[in-house]
Design a binder for this molecule. Sequence first.
Ligand code: AKG
Ligand code: FE2
Length: 293
Amino acid sequence: MNLIILSGPNYQEYTEKFERYYRLMKNELFELEKESTTDIMEVYEYLIGHEYTNDFRNLCKHGVSRTLTKYSKCRYQTNNLFYRILMPFKEEDINSEPLIKIYHDVLYDDEILKIKTLALENMNDAHVKSVDGKDDVLEEKTRSGQVYWISEVDAVEYFDALNTRIESFTGFSTKTAEQYQIVNYGLGGHYLPHHDSFAKGTENVEFGNRLVTVLFYLTDVQNDGYTSFPLLNINAPVDKGAALVWNNLHMSNGQLFYESLHGSCPLLKGNKWIMTKWLYEEGQHLPYNWKNK
Ligand SMILES: O=C(O)CCC(=O)C(=O)O
Ligand SMILES: [Fe+2]
């Protein structure tokens, strides 16, 4: 590329050239910017008209004013596991009722890479799993993203260790859990507030209901795309390698924890990847019998 020198006898010609290049570059940058961002108001307008969406919208847009309580602490957690003395979990309390915690750095970069590669080969448009095991296509406005259910049988080497790790930091069995679900949200991708557990009478006959959600973040997302709990006024930040863990049911009787209502704020820039594991009632040490609740 020739340098444009804005002085000397060809000053006029060079200035015109410079202006032309400048305009071209500006347009180019503008187009690039347009591709990687989306109109915030457009996405939020889209969310109007749904139950709880005002709270959800405000929370997504204005963030959180969470009051710290005596529960809000973070610690190195060993859960009385011998080898975790050397490598404790970084546990952060988010809420007490229902219990919500973040475990930082529990999914490693090489695992994230493998999981994304596996998922990319098998992505489908977002579906929701119904109790009878069939997939229902979700209304587009409720959730927009690409979904992949990983069969652990096909990828034992990735998931054996992870199952054990989940059991260590949650204290719950993964033996009756669902397969791992991977979701990729693009621009404007979101998930309106919902409960993860199944409605009464529609639980899984073998394993009961979704007791605990373990949500791993496979990417960092700056300033948006939070997992938001509108009834608790909480936005959880998207922190690559962390797992957000919460109870969907009351641990004393298995009834729905209404306040566990949550969604994913619209993604306004970049890309958000998550992986979810739902732990079921069956096979856990619970003070109630889920079959007779
Ligand atoms: O993407 C998120 O932050 C939330 C996802 C979620 O709620 C779900 O998959 O059930
Ligand atoms: Fe959810």
